[in-house]
Design a protein around this ligand. Structure first.
Ligand SMILES: [Fe+2]
Length: 251
């Protein structure tokens, strides 16, 4: 790809992510080559290969989730923070009153990394008590790893997808500390909700969109209210709500 077409490709990609509300600002990593160690560039390459495999249908989503969690668990967290220029992000980001700021990260100039990574990525940044509000995902695999701060993290399986609500089953409900992770797919832990319990909180998120050939829906988020009616079998009626409603109640 020439520089020009790569630039227009990146611009288009960014436009798509903005349209989904996944990225608000793009943060270009400006880097001295010697600041990044080979171990973290290799880790990013492994992550890119893994995301390509699930996107290409070479591995199933449940395997992807297990492998992504294993990969997250062996990351050198201080090196990841350095690669993402976490100090600069924390200093420059404006934390919103509700919800999160999502900082896109352009790693295209980092020496040793492939020019094109096969996953979308961002850092969610928030104040204490603010949340990545509850939402499910259509046709997406995603993964969180906590960079800084502690979070109350909850996941739910999407058991049924109805016109105006999901039926969900709680699967994870615990404290997440830096370096801890969780993942999402159409089949497992599809709905998540993360609330910062320290002064500030930062999460690195990666996503693969449109991985599931059996799901005719376009990739995207579906906001739901997990504090709905409890019905038999430990299930909860989680109404589909708008982003505004989700942010008003949980942001
Ligand atoms: Fe999500």
């Amino acid at each position: 790809m020439t520089n020009l077409t790569r630039r227009s490709f990146n611009k288009q990609m960014l436009g798509t992510l903005m349209a989904y509300g996944l990225i608000e600002t793009l943060f270009a990593r400006d880097l001295f080559a010697d600041a990044v160690k080979p171990i973290i560039t290799q880790w990013m390459k492994d992550l890119s290969d893994l995301t390509k495999d699930v996107k290409d249908g070479k591995i199933k989503d449940l395997d992807f989730q297990a492998k992504l969690e294993a990969l997250y668990k062996r990351v050198d967290l201080p090196e990841l923070l350095r690669l993402l220029d976490m100090d600069r992000v924390a200093k420059s980001v404006r934390l919103p009153e509700h919800g999160v700021a999502s900082r896109g990260i352009d790693l295209g100039k980092v020496e040793g990394l492939p020019k094109q990574l096969h996953f979308g990525k961002q850092i969610f940044c928030m104040k204490k008590g603010r949340s990545v509000v509850p939402h499910g995902h259509d046709n997406m695999c995603t993964g969180f790893i906590v960079l800084r701060g502690d979070f109350e993290g909850k996941h739910y399986d999407r058991v049924e997808d109805n016109k105006d609500h999901y039926l969900i089953r709680p699967t994870i409900d615990r404290l997440f500390k830096p370096g801890e992770c969780s993942t999402v797919s159409d089949r497992k832990d599809n709905v998540h909700w993360f609330k910062a319990v320290t002064e500030t909180g930062f999460i690195f998120n990666i996503h693969v969109m449109g991985y599931n050939r059996d799901n005719p829906r376009s990739p995207g988020r579906v906001y739901v209210d997990p504090e709905g009616e409890k019905v038999k079998g430990g299930l909860i009626v989680a109404k589909k709500i708008t982003s505004q409603e989700a942010h008003k109640k949980y942001g």
